[in-house]
Design a protein around this ligand. Structure first.
Ligand code: CMX
Length: 442
């Protein structure tokens, strides 16, 4: 049943979702009915203590992370997305990625265009009261805290919360979840841009175009008019959008959403997790690290100099930001994409060269520590150097860019979680006494 929420501009994606729902629900019901008591894997004591690493305990439709191959969005690797999804130049437009994550299908140019127009149109209507709240925040407040507050303030607009209040059937909640998701994805760039111009510029937002994609409009609002920067932002928004369900931001959003909190409440919580230095905040730390290294050992240091710098950093008790991963055991393909972008558009950039030099040395140094599970770079190791090339030097803003992107993935998952009527999440926990008793008996 198509609800009154159906709007013409995104009718194709909405209709496709309506078509996909019965068969997807049916597939899940069959698995549950026929195989619900099958054991997928054991849980070790180490996993309980060690952050649940590797425990398969979440259903996530939108993407899957392989430790050796990296992320696949609905089965497509990053290079496949770059080839197959509608783009302006080479990098997919964010709207096409959302379409893919929602439907599992590559949109045609027309389908992506419909969604692009819808998102641009929604971006024009930004609640005045939220603008006032954001403009009243202290400039000293970290941009991620501002973003989280802004997303929370948008909650007043939630169709999902209204649907809950009027007693909408659980099976229909995906419709208002989709409506909120589209509004959130459309408006979060403006929110982020407001934070940017308030904190670092004169407070004036650039104008957006009806026929531009989300990336171009986001950059325009922040005052960036270089088409290559728009292309970098396309790359950025695509590669950061989703990383299966277990990472802190996606997991938190999913967890909070399972209580039938609406997408704004859920994603504001997810953003607070993204703001942690071991997760999204690492991107600002990476640029700080590269700049510090440049200051200490120069623009083109030898490998010996870099090795010494890294060892000194580790000896002081710091991590090497941008290196390591809880799941990946190879160089992150998202790092590779960014390195390729740097080689294509800015082969002589000093900071990008430093990132490349660090990549030659850091894995060896981290391996030598003997405890690091993955000594290779992750997504955060490169982005700051690319952004700095185009003049975006304000590194404490970088995690906000990650937040704009991650909304795309977690919202797609949110819609599916409600479409599949997944229950409230409530895993069991054990006490230390329980563990001691268990180990005594085994
Ligand atoms: N530099 C120094 N030490 C590191 C390290 C790094 N880059 N990566 C891991 N280690 C250390 C850990 O601190 C841990 O040490 P202790 O046993 O003394 O506590 C040890 O190696 C084992 O950790 P691990 O199993 O390799 O890594 P985890 O799965 O526990 O954590 C991560 C993964 C990403 C938090 C970790 O590698 C790290 O802190 N990296 C630097 C921060 C970073 O880049 N974060 C961004 C990740 C991507 C994202 O989520 O956005």
């Amino acid at each position: 049943m198509l609800s009154s929420l159906l709007r013409t501009p995104f009718a194709t994606m909405h209709k496709r979702l309506v078509d996909l729902l019965p068969e997807t629900r049916d597939r899940l019901a069959k698995i549950r009915r026929g195989h619900g008591n099958k054991v997928l894997g054991p849980i070790t004591v180490e996993q309980i203590i060690g952050g649940m690493r590797g425990i398969k305990g979440l259903l996530t439709q939108t993407s899957r992370l392989d430790a050796f191959k990296g992320i696949k969005f609905r089965g497509l690797s990053l290079p496949e997305c770059q080839i197959r999804l509608p783009s302006v130049r080479r990098e997919p437009i964010p709207e096409a990625m959302f379409y893919l994550l929602i439907t599992g299908e590559v949109p045609s140019n027309d389908e992506a265009e419909d969604l692009k127009k819808d998102i641009a149109e929604r971006a024009q209507t930004f609640p005045n009261y939220v603008e006032k709240i954001v403009n009243s925040l202290s400039k000293d407040l970290h941009p991620m805290s501002q973003l989280s507050i802004g997303v929370l303030a948008l909650q007043n607009e939630s169709e999902f919360a209204q649907a809950i209040r009027r007693g909408e059937k659980r099976g229909n909640l995906w419709q208002s979840a989709l409506e909120d998701s589209l509004n959130l994805i459309s408006r979060i760039p403006k929110l982020a841009a407001m934070i940017y111009v308030n904190k670092y510029r004169d407070g004036k937002l650039g104008e957006i175009r009806e026929n531009a994609d989300l990336s171009e409009n986001f950059c325009r609002m922040m005052g960036y008019h270089d088409e290559k920067f728009w292309e970098l932002m396309r790359l950025y928004l695509t590669i950061h959008c989703d990383h299966e369900g277990g990472n802190v931001s996606a997991h938190t959003t999913h967890l909070v959403g399972s209580a039938l909190s609406d997408p704004y409440l859920s994603y504001s919580a997810g953003l607070n997790g993204l703001a942690g230095p071991l997760h999204g905040l690492a991107n600002q730390e990476c640029l700080r690290f590269i700049l510090g290294m440049k200051e200490a050992i120069g623009e083109s240091p030898s490998e010996i100099d870099i090795e010494k710098y890294l060892k000194d950093t580790l000896a002081k008790g710091f991590v090497i930001p941008g290196y390591g991963h809880a799941v990946l055991r190879v160089t992150d393909p998202r790092f590779v994409c960014q390195m390729e972008f740097a080689q294509r558009y800015m082969p002589n950039d000093v900071l990008c060269k430093l990132v490349a030099s660090l990549y030659k040395v850091a894995p060896r140094v981290l391996k030598d520590l003997g405890k690091v599970s993955n000594p290779y770079p992750n997504v955060d190791a490169h982005s700051g150097a690319l952004l700095t090339h185009f003049g975006m030097t304000e590194y404490d803003f970088y995690t906000v860019l990650f937040g704009v992107s991650r909304a795309i993935g977690v919202c797609a998952s949110f819609v599916w979680s409600r479409a599949l009527a997944l229950p409230i999440i409530r895993p069991a926990s054990v006490t230390m006494e329980n563990l001691e008793e268990f180990v005594r008996k085994t």
